[in-house]
Design a binder for this molecule. Sequence first.
Ligand SMILES: CN(C)C(=N)NCCC[C@H](N)C(=O)O
Length: 248
Amino acid sequence: MSGIALVRKPGPRIAEGIVTHIQREPVDPVRAAAQHDAYVAALAAAGWRTVHVPPADDLPDAPFVEDTLVVSGRLAVLTRPGAVERRPEVDSVAQVVRDLGMKAVRIARPGTLDGGDVLQSGPTVYVGRSARTNAQGITQLAALLPERTVVPVDLSGVLHLKSAVTALPDGTLIGDPRHVDLPGLLVPEEEAGAHVVPLGGDRVLLAASAPRTAAMLEKRGLTVTTVDISEYEKLEGCVTCLSVLVTD
Ligand SMILES: CN(C)C(=N)NCCC[C@H](N)C(=O)O
């Protein structure tokens, strides 16, 4: 597996990003920029061609590009983020996916959908029913993906479905049963260990804040790359949020 990784650099207002479930802490924009560079370098080292969505310096949460786009094959579903202030992030992403030759469709009002609520694993697409993603958003996504099985999932105490659970390359779901009730969950050693980006083959990307989960996954035969994303974690972000992977 390889392909394109869409990313967007953080802007000078990153510290003003939305915080919902955790205490606000100061975010250092310079450190955030350096961490973003290292994150992009890790994707590139794993063989992904990184494509930068134009910066959106007035939109603090814009580097969390995952929330604006759901990709299934060559179909790009442009979301309608549940947070009104994040909706202006979508147009610039739309332009990039069109330039890449993808078919772009949009979630329409009154639907809301955040990409962070969409977890794809094989034929199944789990979608979190969150404060950001509503029933109409889920219904619209299911209609756009008739060949997939869309499974709505209830959440508690977290921002997005992928704040609580992601999938390992073999399809095993890794997540926190306190936030999400799914059968057969592999429980990570740290909360941030629930966030895994599959890089292709047996390689995964994990936050540096989950060292014991990294060791656990290495024991299962995975090759783990870790990146420090502390400034994004202060804004309820995780490793998945900072990119959208488009496979060839
Ligand atoms: C899986 N996750 C968590 C995401 N895809 N997005 C995180 C967005 C964080 C941002 N401050 C916000 O509140 O929108």
